[in-house]
Design a protein around this ligand. Structure first.
Ligand code: 4AD
Ligand code: MG
Length: 490
């Protein structure tokens, strides 16, 4: 590892803990996680975020100013000069015998909310500005960083180009209408046109605009010139879903590949997911071990019928060791129709060909039936976006498109994608059917007009992936500052 320039001359706490160059003068800086004292000696656990491990600092009451001693409390930030020695205590490799302690920033013990005890996730969400100082959240965000890096590495190593697609757009890629508007028009008194509607011609961009719900449409333009591209950026959906799996602002990775057909798309998505899991298993061992223990504790406190039968690390290793199941939507519906919960009327929502599967259906397929990740493909045309490639020669009323969703245990949908409609006439016809004016997406149609080619892609919800690898239960706890209905604090 490179020498870290911030923190200490000798490197981070992570580096000091790994060092066996003892009996040398070092400086450490970090936040107090824990302190305990006995017989004139204080043991202070310092953490600087470089690792989940704390370094133990031994402070001798005799050679430390009383005022300083009093300010060594949980949450305070300290600089310690001292001697690096092999640790006497079990489980620690090295520790620091302090010669000089400086309080960089005290933390009033009566005011500092994050104490060394179990806090509820709700409480920590209300203190999102301080929750990075807990073991759980620092582990989650270190893993989030590692996964983001691995995503770039995966695509870069395979010849994909990172394409930056716009955040402000004039189109609704998913056609779901769940968009945040972007405007500089005065809200109380907007200019009106002849029909009395808001005149967006007078708006900043001369047209109505919104925050992007997906970079896919522009991603397709990229793939039709650069061949293989991916996007990785913030995505906005104004859906009023107060669930543990929805955010109003989330991050999505969207690869788009020229010349890929449906099955190539499935293969890439499965390989990509497994690579990311393997990367986290290899590079985030300490953090995963901590989260694994946490997961097992939480799991054991759940009612038996809701328990996962594997630990977190066990589940991740299982996922990379086994092929994903692959079934068509029609096969999936048949499995559901023949299932116990359907026959015993235990599903809240009805099951029949044509439904948009609810999460109870997806979770039955993944957790009860296949017991591993599942790729479901060839969905009914009516429930999917206009851009998906239509399958040919199907019975009327049973038309399908080359869509795919990847479902994983504990979460449900983690990836959505498809082969794209590359036939100009069929695409235009579908747009007419669902009411999208052709002139609005003229540029999108042009890539079918000029040099059209088969192409495919998918979107991975980054936070859903982080939920999966960390074993956290709520999507609000895997993004530093969650945006959900009614909540944009911090
Ligand atoms: O299935 P979706 O809507 O697909 C698309 O947006 C396509 N344009 C992707 C493509 O083909 N390029 O979204 C893709 C994924 C979902 O599977 C889910 O993991 C995540 O994005 N996602 C959300 N994550 C958090 N909060 C939300 N509100 C999400 N909506 C979708
Ligand atoms: Mg989807």
């Amino acid at each position: 590892m490179e020498q870290v320039l911030t923190g200490t001359k000798q490197g981070s706490i992570k580096q000091l803990l790994a060092s066996t160059e003892y009996d040398r003068e070092v400086t450490v800086r970090g936040w107090v996680r824990h302190r305990r004292g006995s017989k004139g000696v204080f043991f202070v656990h310092l953490n600087d975020g470089s690792t989940i491990q704390n370094i133990q600092v031994v402070v001798n009451e005799e050679n430390t100013n009383e005022n300083v001693l009093n300010q060594i409390s949980v949450g305070a930030c300290l600089q310690v000069n001292g001697n690096l020695v092999a640790s006497q205590g079990a489980g620690q490799s090295s520790e620091v015998q302090a010669t000089e302690v400086t309080i960089l920033g005290p933390a009033d013990p009566n005011g500092y909310p994050i104490q060394p005890k179990k806090h509820s996730m709700e409480f920590l969400r209300e203190n999102a500005h301080l929750r990075m100082r807990t073991n759980t959240f620092s582990a989650v965000f270190r893993i989030r960083h590692a996964a983001a890096y691995a995503i770039h590495k995966y695509y870069n190593d395979r010849g994909f180009y990172y394409l930056h697609t716009p955040i402000i757009t004039g189109s609704d890629a998913e056609g779901a209408g769940e968009m945040f508007q972007v405007t500089t028009l005065p809200l109380g008194n907007p200019p009106l046109d002849d029909q009395g509607a808001i005149d967006f011609k007078q708006d900043f961009f001369g047209q109505a605009t919104n925050l992007s719900v997906s970079g896919q449409l522009q991603g397709e333009l990229g793939a039709m010139g650069l061949g293989l591209i991916y996007t990785f950026g913030p995505t906005f959906r104004a859906e009023n879903s107060n669930t543990t799996r929805h955010l109003a602002e989330f991050w999505m990775i969207e690869p788009e590949m020229a010349f890929y057909e449906q099955e190539d798309n499935h293969n890439l998505a499965e390989d990509f997911l497994k690579y990311l899991i393997r990367y986290v298993l290899e590079h985030c061992k300490d953090d995963l071990k901590f989260l694994d223990e946490r997961f097992i504790k939480e799991n054991n406190s759940k009612p038996t019928n809701e328990r996962s039968d594997m630990g977190l690390i066990e589940k991740l290793e299982f996922v990379i060791a086994n092929d994903f199941a692959r079934v068509s939507y029609t096969e999936a519906i048949n499995i559901l129709l023949n299932s116990k919960p359907h026959k015993k009327k235990k599903f809240k929502f009805p099951v029949e060909w044509g439904i948009d599967m609810q999460s109870e259906h997806e979770r039955y397929l993944v957790e009860k039936h296949f017991k591993k990740p599942v790729i479901v493909y060839d969905y009914p045309r009516e429930i999917k976006a206009f851009y998906m490639k239509q399958n040919e020669g199907e019975e009327k009323g049973r038309e399908t498109v080359r869509a795919m969703d990847i479902l994983v245990p504990g979460i449900g949908e983690i990836i959505g994608g498809s082969q794209r409609e590359d036939n100009l006439e069929r695409l235009m016809q579908r747009m007419t059917e669902v009411g999208i004016p052709h002139e609005e997406l003229d540029w999108y149609l042009d890539i079918r007009r000029f040099g059209s080619a088969p192409h495919s892609g998918f979107g991975l919800g980054f936070e859903r992936f982080i939920l999966f690898v960390t074993g956290m239960a709520n999507i609000r706890d895997v993004i530093p500052f969650p945006r959900t209905p009614g909540n944009a604090r911090f």
